[in-house]
Design a protein around this ligand. Sequence first.
Ligand code: ADP
Ligand code: MG
Length: 263
Amino acid sequence: MGRVIAIANQKGGVGKTTTAVNLAASMAATRRKVLLIDLDPQGNATMGSGVDKYEVENTVYELLVDEKPASEVVVTDTNGKYHLVAANGDVTAAEIKLMEVFAREVRLRNALKAVRDQYDFIFIDCPPSLNMLTVNAMAAADSLLVPMQCEYYALEGLTALMDTVRQLAEVVNPELAIEGILRTMYDPRNRLANDVSEQLKQHFGDKVYRTVIPRNVRLAEAPSFGAPAMYYDKSSTGAKAYLALAGELIRRAEKKQTQAVNA
Ligand code: ADP
Ligand code: MG
């Protein structure tokens, strides 16, 4: 059954969407079957996958509010060789509509039940706030992948996020795990970044991925070409870093499986 990983951080601009799109493409390149769910009304992951958010017929709105089957809302023709559930401005209304419906926290979880078997990985690109959409992501996910920038207040923000996640998980998803913490837009020449990085490793140990995503202009440019960086410049440091991250996720998952079997 596919592993559902929510890419979340309440802070905007930390690299959630860049990670969602490039990790999905990297996993697909290793022949994993991947579904990417865009849960942000900004629709950046949709556009970054080469799907026009203004033209798309169905979005995550239809999935969550109208309860259309996932098989009907999935876009199979992306520039990343993965499947996509799109988002656009309409999804803002979903957030409000969801407040009125039955079992509003578990709409996404229920919707994914029917398609989980068809994928190895399902990634969810979360909006930068803690609303009903993010709650749906947390309820549906097996684990959280948290991208963060190694800046001065980063650790404080991360601790706050972890507290919220813990409280939320108690109510909607007691099994929710931390998949890993990803250092993004990393500049090794920056002393503060190195200090924060060290503190991060002290606090969170091997939850911090060994793979580091460097600041790389190709990653920032790729969305304007409507394709993940590896299809636009596969030799770029950004594309290579996300491929390495995919490898690390796969190795970690395999290790966990062995542990579970032996336990
Ligand atoms: P979020 O989804 O958390 O708001 P984004 O992934 O949209 O963050 O990233 C915010 C901005 O930073 C975007 O303009 C994106 O292109 C850029 N960006 C993200 N990661 C990198 C990186 N590793 N190197 C350079 N630019 C990046
Ligand atoms: Mg985003």
